[in-house]
Design a protein around this ligand. Structure first.
Ligand SMILES: [Zn+2]
Length: 117
């Protein structure tokens, strides 16, 4: 039995202990970082420098586009990346990140909206 099989068997036989351990781990700085980075990777971020991006993300206090200060919950802070290449771009507020996504999808439509004003 290899290590993975052993760990899976242990988790299956110790479900309560396992759940309690992961719940506790998820609240540590290492667990929070791991969860955040896994979410970024799941959304398509591809980088060799994840620690540097995470540090920039954690130290960012204002949107790198509009300058709006983030609220204390950190839920307004978004890691902007190119959805075609997976390359990291900026740390943005929700509004700027969504706008950038729309620009990426249909630049001509955004230009039409601008000229209609
Ligand atoms: Zn912004």
């Amino acid at each position: 039995m290899d290590r993975r099989e052993y760990e899976k068997k242990w988790r299956d036989n110790n479900k309560e202990k396992s759940a309690a351990y992961f719940k506790k781990y998820a609240q540590t700085p290492k667990g929070i970082k791991s969860k955040r980075i896994n979410n970024w990777k799941r959304t398509g971020l591809i980088t060799d420098d994840i620690d540097k991006i995470y540090e920039r993300y954690m130290n960012s206090t204002n949107c790198e586009c509009c300058g709006k200060e983030y609220n204390s919950s950190q839920r307004d802070k978004h890691m902007d990346h190119c959805h075609k290449t997976g390359k990291f771009r900026n740390i943005l507020c929700r509004n700027c990140n969504q706008l950038r996504g729309h620009i990426d999808k249909d630049y001509k439509l955004i230009m039409k909206l601008i000229t209609m004003c």
